[in-house]
Design a protein around this ligand. Structure first.
Ligand code: HEM
Length: 462
């Protein structure tokens, strides 16, 4: 014991552990939906770990090498090195297939968890003053995470992924004035060239993960500084002591006092909950990786510039942008001051950019002048909840439009026949859904609509 005390004092002298106690005592509201952000965080961690494993075996090069692995159909063939290395990871490296699948599913789960986390923040109004900075950082995180997944998708250099990634190349080229420079910078020259894979590899393993890690760090710093939002309390809560939950007024936190957070201390309680969330995330990814195959590159074959797969589709999280591209009519090309704006640019970048821009600006559109620390009940906010539902319906219809070939097959129509219906659905569906929600929540009722909760007029205790 003496030795342990001695060790503790040795570390304490150097790192001021006592000073860190106020941080370790920070309160986390015990609210399950607040764990979605943690799921995204743990997916990122697992992506880095599995990515390091893959990095030992992946070759970022398109030079032709002879394939000597165990897939019979390619034996003795000259194939691009990156394609060969992913075949080796999948079929010859011990645990390679499992780790490759875990990496793949972790990327998908991270994006899904980020999207759900964002919806949680939106519908509970947790983006409002003073949390606009974290909403902005979060929007950036969502964009960079999707771009990181896109660059990873291209790395095996198989026929399907290369063709799908080529859509992004054409869209970057369509940017007025600077398109060619941006496309050259991101894709290492024209696509697909021998420089594309090394360029994407550099972005995928260094630039984008470092950016995501930096943004997550900033996101967490702002969160710790501002503290969590918290659901409104039904009654006064006895203060158990500790940093946040110590009430100045005789050991109880008043139900309407949002200057303190009531919840579990960061250590050890919340840390234990987080450990459970981590292992559940790991278990989910292990199950997915164990049972669900990913992108079967042996079936698609290596990139072949001379052929085009019959069905080209990006991953599900980019499908809405692809839907915009498909629905934008080709006559929507025009010249402004001698600069050509193509339909590809309008559908592939301007519209998705507008969506991202509106999302980023939302806390300033639904502006709250006073700091608000209690979460809102979505059922009491007809306007905001209606807008949120309309937004979700919009993204869903745009995503269905991205899968128009499959939809056409199901309903027995050509994509050209479907197009006007999809455009009408995209224009009318979201406002209709939003109006139904608005009306259902009493937005049209006489008098004031159900009020947002009262706001606090104080800052928060440190
Ligand atoms: C890589 C993606 C992301 C990660 C790892 C992440 C992580 C987290 C974590 C762990 C929390 C605290 C727990 C929680 O409230 O869920 C949090 C809070 C928050 N996040 Fe994120 N987040 C991400 C993306 C986003 C996005 C896309 C947005 C919105 C555009 C966003 C906005 C916020 C806000 C406003 C809070 C404070 C919520 C509150 O106090 O109730 N985050 N984030």
């Amino acid at each position: 014991m003496d030795r342990l005390d001695h060790l503790y004092r040795w570390v304490d002298d150097r790192l001021d552990l006592a000073g860190a106690q106020s941080f370790l005592g920070k309160a986390f509201p015990a609210e399950d939906s607040f764990l979605l952000g943690e799921v995204a965080l743990f997916c990122f961690l697992l992506l880095v770990l599995s990515g390091v494993f893959l990095g030992f075996f992946f070759e970022p090069s398109t030079s032709e090498v002879e394939y000597e692995g165990s897939v019979a159909q390619y034996q003795g063939e000259e194939l691009p090195e990156s394609f060969v290395s992913v075949l080796n990871i999948t079929y010859d490296v011990p645990f390679g297939m499992l780790i490759r699948r875990m990496h793949h599913w972790a990327a998908h789960l991270m994006i899904a968890a980020t999207g759900l986390h964002m919806l949680r923040v939106f519908f509970t109004g947790a983006y409002r003053n003073p949390r606009e900075p974290n909403w902005l950082i979060g929007t950036g995180l969502a964009g960079v995470t999707m771009f990181a997944a896109y660059t990873g998708y291209a790395l095996p250099f198989d026929e399907f992924a290369s063709t799908a990634v080529g859509i992004g190349y054409n869209v970057s080229l369509s940017i007025p004035i600077v398109g060619e420079t941006i496309a050259n910078l991101a894709f290492g020259g024209s696509f697909p060239s021998s420089a594309t894979i090394p360029r994407f590899y550099f972005l995928h393993v260094l630039v984008l993960p470092a950016t995501i890690a930096g943004l997550i760090g900033l996101h967490m710093l702002v969160l710790v500084r501002q503290k969590h939002t918290e659901a409104r309390r039904d009654a006064d809560v006895p203060a158990p002591g500790g940093d946040d939950a110590t009430a100045a007024d005789g050991g109880a936190v008043a139900s309407d006092d949002d200057s303190v957070v009531v919840g579990l201390p960061a250590f050890p309680n919340q840390a234990a909950v987080s450990a459970v969330v981590f292992f559940l995330t790991l278990a989910t990814l292990s199950l997915l990786a164990g049972f669900l195959p990913v992108h079967n590159i042996a079936e698609y074959g290596p990139n072949d510039p001379a052929s085009t797969p019959s069905l080209i589709m990006p991953d599900w999280f980019l499908m809405w942008g692809y839907g915009f591209l498909k629905l934008t009519p080709s006559w929507l090309s025009f010249d402004v001051l001698g600069v050509h704006v193509s339909a590809e640019f309008v559908g592939g970048l301007a519209l998705p950019g507008l969506v991202f821009g509106l999302v980023a600006l939302w806390p300033f559109i639904d502006y709250e002048p006073e700091p608000t620390h209690f979460t809102a009940d979505p059922l009491e906010r007809p306007f905001q909840t209606g807008v949120g539902v309309a937004g979700v319906v919009f993204i869903m219809i745009a995503s269905i439009a991205g899968m128009d070939v499959i939809l056409g097959h199901v309903v027995g129509m050509t994509t050209a026949q479907l197009k006007p219906y999809l455009i009408a659905a995209l224009a009318l569906g979201p406002p209709l859904a939003g109006l139904i929600v608005y009306a259902g929540l009493g937005g049209f009722a006489d008098g004031e609509p159900p009020d947002d909760e009262p706001t606090a007029d104080t800052g928060r205790d440190e």
